[in-house]
Unconditional design. Structure first.
Lengths: 481, 510
């Protein structure tokens, strides 16, 4: 029993940190940064524990929780996402009179869920982890409670989110019923034993699960909640929502599709491949037409969902490097997308500001460093070397080429989409550097924590671009288990 | 080995050449923007030292017994066998020197015209130089691709920030064209590497040009990968019908941007065919050759005809580039000694001559702020030296024997004749067309009575300054030298051509 507690220590640490954050706010009510400091310290401790556990796989709680390098990798990524979000948010929130302690605690609870998803060994922990991860997301989306857009976005997010959770749960139950087990690996064994041919109940389960998961990762045509939820939320929260829950949902996808449903790969690969094509293409085409920068990034994040799905298809074709590609891409995407949203946070210095493309005109002259960092994130999102985004795309495409078949067609679709994406990402760079300054200048926030967040994201983006070797080895180690 | 080679052989000379401009860019970033003249001199110094280093490297190339001299190889991403692998032979050596030469000339030529955001400009230019040098020196496909993409960003900024009125349209067109080609090439690179891994069971050497040459036997992979590589390079050359980005980019780019675009960037395409696409996928290259030869001939004729009717001076030279670069692909895909020799000569000569023409157009534009041919006339009466220099580069471009332009085109035609006399005949006729559009342009601009427009400029219409002469003189000297003794160059890259022809004929595949 005590061994079990040791194995799930990361989960406990994050949970206790969330409680400590709330307590610290009660004890020192007027110190804006105190809860942030407590949260960061807790994340540091969690990361240390995760590193200790990255040696080998350990199961706890009768196989419901599987600790090891895979969880360590995802937990460290999640901790980094939460930490960067915590750096870029507090001043933005404080300027709009929204509390930061509750914010930090909510994020930490979501991290608990994400770790649980990564560690889950059966469908029950998986679903509980998922809900624990996404419910804080609904709260955060509506965090600007006096802003009708935020409330609208949150309600849409909540309704469609709960709806899709219900669909997913229905699918899970059918799967459980027809294979008589909740354990992910035992489901795979049972499905293999059942042999070729899809039983009606399993087919139904597959359809429902695919739909539910497609909602969660915001794949086209189940993406409609994303633009509104993303645009309405306070900008740093949008950054988190476009990264944290999305990567978490992809881990869920890896767990269900690449462990439990792998024997049915031939049945779901065509569907996921079509969804991936639609997601990349539509996300990019709609992003082309946006003049609101935040909404543009929302649609572009849909396109990135599509690129990640290419890795899933490759993995479904039996190419383990597909999972590696998804895991590498997740880190690169987290860094560059959080960076882009941190930039957007910085230019929304004034409460109530929405940033149109034209507002960014000539920013490169007034704020060269900020514009330069923005250009770095945008080039990385485009996939131009030497940035993290380039290696991420190359890794996923490599896995798709290796897998062959449908996946190699997706590789070509993905690179053509990258060229479309270049148009709208580089358009922002054009406004930053090539246009004359706008008449009404945007106010730029220069809080030290925000700057630190920008620098961390930029350093990571560049470092992974120049020396990706270390992370590639970590990824390979994480999936070896 | 000579003492010099031994001395240099102990240094990572290729890394030094490649990375020096980048280091210079970092240093310039630290200089205050309020001191533009200091920034200009620093940029010139960095690019000139790079030029000197590349000259020091040159004599050593032939003293190495291996195909590539001064090789450097460091493991970079061990999981996939990707290495930082540089090496130089006669072909890349010549192109490296062309790049370092044109870089400092361009930087010197930008002293006057670029008065706005000087620091950012020179930083972009030096990063561009690093990218171009990296492309020529990389022997690892992945590294090559990264440098290939790095070239894109500073050029995008140079056209987009310091360009003319329609610069944003031109720069985005340039980027999108290039990116579509290069991204498909990335897929082809990864597929090629994976086929190596699947065949040998190990990632070692999967991205290494030397290890890969002659090992790719799967005909489908050959055809598809060659198609992707060829598309990327064809867009860069540019071959008909992928050339439409070039006139826009040239017209909108600042003078130095046009010079480096014509002088070096277009050569990346020709180099890519010679170094990567054909040696890696020889069978497919042979299969595609008739198509590419046909497109080359179309480019040669079409570029010349369209050049005749241009009213903008820069656009005229841009279309003449399409025509001249058609000779390069025609020569390469003749797959014989004469054709390939001629193609490489044509690449280098076009780099020298067209760069000179763009510099001269820029010099004229500085004084008139116009490039409309119809507005000019009688210019020679006011600025005789300018007119004489223009005439010199013009005749070199026409292909006057004794100047360097002649040898390249002649050898290409000879090579083409051996393959298909009809093709050679058609291309030869175009040399007459080139004389038509260039000489007619010269006549309209420089001869006759002084036009009202030029008269209206009064004392602004000055002759060339010493700095401007300093940018043109090295080019002119080399045009004369290589015109009289083209063997200086053909000897330098003789080994490279022999190697190329061996791989192009599928030499190692049994």
């Amino acid at each position: 029993m005590s061994g079990d507690l040791l194995t799930i220590a990361p989960l406990i640490t994050v949970g206790l940190t969330a409680v400590a954050v709330l307590l610290s706010d009660g004890l020192t009510p007027n110190r804006r940064y105190a809860p942030i400091a407590v949260a960061l310290a807790g994340l540091g401790l969690t990361s240390w524990i995760l590193l200790q556990q990255s040696g080998g796989t350990v199961t706890a709680l009768s196989g419901a929780y599987i600790g090891g390098p895979f969880v360590a990798y995802l937990g460290l990524l999640g901790s980094a996402v939460v930490a960067i979000t915590l750096l870029i948010s507090p001043d933005h929130l404080a300027a709009r009179r929204y509390p930061s302690a509750e914010f930090a605690a909510t994020l930490l609870f979501a991290l608990c869920g994400a770790i649980l998803v990564g560690a889950s060994g059966d469908l029950v922990t998986l679903f509980i982890g998922l809900e624990l991860m996404v419910i804080p997301g609904y709260i955060l989306a509506g965090y600007a409670k006096r802003d009708p857009l935020s409330t609208e976005g949150a309600v849409k997010y909540f309704l469609l989110g709960s709806f899709s959770s219900a669909i997913l749960l229905f699918g899970i139950v059918l799967l459980w019923g027809s294979t008589s087990t909740a354990s992910l690996t035992e489901i795979a064994t049972a499905l293999t034993a059942a042999g070729a041919g899809l039983q009606p109940a399993v087919a139904m389960a597959l359809a429902l699960i695919t739909t539910g998961v497609a909602f969660k990762i915001a794949a086209v045509p189940f993406h409609y909640w994303t633009p509104d939820a993303y645009q309405g939320s306070p900008t740093p929260i949008t950054g988190y929502l476009s990264v944290g829950p999305k990567i978490g949902a992809f881990v869920l996808m890896i767990k269900i599709f690449l462990i439990a449903l792998l024997p049915l790969a031939a049945s779901w690969i065509p569907v996921v491949a079509i969804l991936a094509t639609a997601t990349m293409t539509l996300g990019n085409l709609v992003a082309l037409t946006q003049s609101n920068v935040k909404r543009m990034l929302a649609y572009s994040s849909i396109a990135h969902t599509g690129y990640l799905m290419v890795g899933i298809v490759a993995a479904g074709e039996g190419e383990a490097s597909g999972i590696a590609g998804v895991l590498f891409y997740s880190v690169a995407y987290a860094l560059m997308n959080l960076g882009a949203f941190a930039f957007l946070t910085a230019v929304q210095g004034r409460p109530g500001a929405t940033v149109q493309l034209s507002d960014l005109a000539g920013l490169g002259r007034k704020h060269p460093m900020l514009a330069l960092l923005a250009a770095l994130f945008l080039l990385s999102l485009t996939g131009i070397p030497p940035t993290a985004g380039f290696f991420a795309k190359a890794y996923v495409i490599l896995s798709a080429v290796q897998a062959g078949g449908i996946a190699s067609v997706l590789a070509i679709v993905a690179v053509l989409n990258a060229a479309i994406a270049a148009f709208y990402y580089l358009r922002v760079v054009i406004y930053l550097f090539m246009r004359d300054p706008a008449e009404v200048e945007v106010q730029v926030a220069t809080a030290p924590l925000l700057r630190a967040g920008l620098v961390v994201a930029a350093a990571g983006t560049l470092l992974l671009g120049l020396l990706p070797g270390g992370l590639i080895e970590a990824v390979v180690k994480a999936i070896a288990s | 080995m000579s003492d010099l080679t031994q001395l240099i052989g102990g240094l990572p000379i290729l890394s030094m050449i490649t990375l020096l401009p980048f280091v210079g860019a970092l240093l310039i970033a630290l200089l205050p923007s309020s001191r533009p003249s200091l920034i200009r001199v620093a940029a010139l110094a960095v690019s000139f030292i790079t030029f000197v280093l590349s000259l020091l490297m040159l004599p050593g190339i032939r003293e190495f017994s291996s195909e590539f001299a001064f090789s450097e190889q460091i493991s970079w991403i061990p999981s996939f066998g990707i290495t930082y692998h540089l090496g130089v032979d006669g072909l890349s050596g010549a192109l490296v020197v062309l790049t370092t030469l044109l870089s400092w000339i361009c930087i010197l030529a930008s002293f006057g015209p670029i008065q706005n955001r000087v620091k950012e400009y020179f930083i972009s230019f030096l990063i561009l130089e690093t990218g171009m040098l990296g492309v020529f020196l990389s022997l690892d496909l992945f590294l090559f691709y990264i440098f290939w993409e790095i070239v894109l960003v500073p050029m995008y900024l140079i056209i987009g920030i310091w360009g003319g009125a329609d610069r944003i349209y031109a720069t985005i067109k340039f980027v999108l064209y290039t990116l579509v080609g290069s991204l498909l090439m990335l897929v082809a690179i990864l597929a090629t590497a994976f086929s190596h891994q699947a065949a040998t069971g190990s990632w070692t050497g999967a991205f290494d040009l030397i290890a890969l040459r002659g090992t790719i036997t799967d005909p489908t992979l050959q055809a598809l990968a060659f198609g992707a590589f060829a598309l990327a390079f064809a867009i860069k050359v540019p071959m008909f019908p992928f050339h439409t980005w070039l006139p826009d980019a040239h017209v909108q780019a600042p003078t130095a941007g046009s010079v480096i675009l014509a002088g070096v960037l277009l050569k990346l395409g020709g180099y890519g065919f010679l170094r990567f696409a054909i040696p890696l996928f020889p069978q497919a290259a042979q299969d595609f050759a008739p198509l590419i030869i046909a497109l080359s001939v179309i480019a040669i004729i079409y570029g010349a005809i369209v050049a005749i009717v241009q009213t903008d001076l820069k656009k005229l030279i841009a279309y003449s580039s399409v025509s001249h670069m058609g000779f390069v692909t025609l020569g390469i895909f003749s797959f014989n000694q004469q054709g390939v020799d001629g193609a490489i000569l044509q690449m280098l000569n076009h780099g020298l001559i067209t760069s000179g023409l763009f510099l001269l157009v820029g010099i004229g534009y500085e004084r008139t702020h116009d490039r409309e041919i119809a507005k000019m006339g009688g210019w020679a009466s006011r600025t005789p030296v300018y007119a004489a220099l223009f005439g010199f580069f013009l005749f070199a471009s026409v292909g006057l024997p004794g100047l360097s332009g002649f040898a390249g085109e002649f050898l290409v035609l000879l090579g083409a004749f051996l393959v298909n006399p009809m093709v050679a005949g058609a291309a030869t006729l175009v040399m007459i067309l080139a004389a038509v559009y260039l000489l007619w342009m010269y006549q309209r601009i420089f001869t006759g009575p002084l036009s009202p427009f030029l008269k209206g400029l009064g004392s602004h219409l000055t002759d060339v300054t010493p700095i401007e002469i300093a940018t043109l003189a090295p080019l002119a000297a080399m045009i004369v030298a290589f015109g009289i003794l083209p063997s200086l160059l053909t000897n330098a890259f003789a080994t490279s051509v022999a190697q190329f022809l061996m791989y192009a004929s599928g030499g190692l595949i049994q």
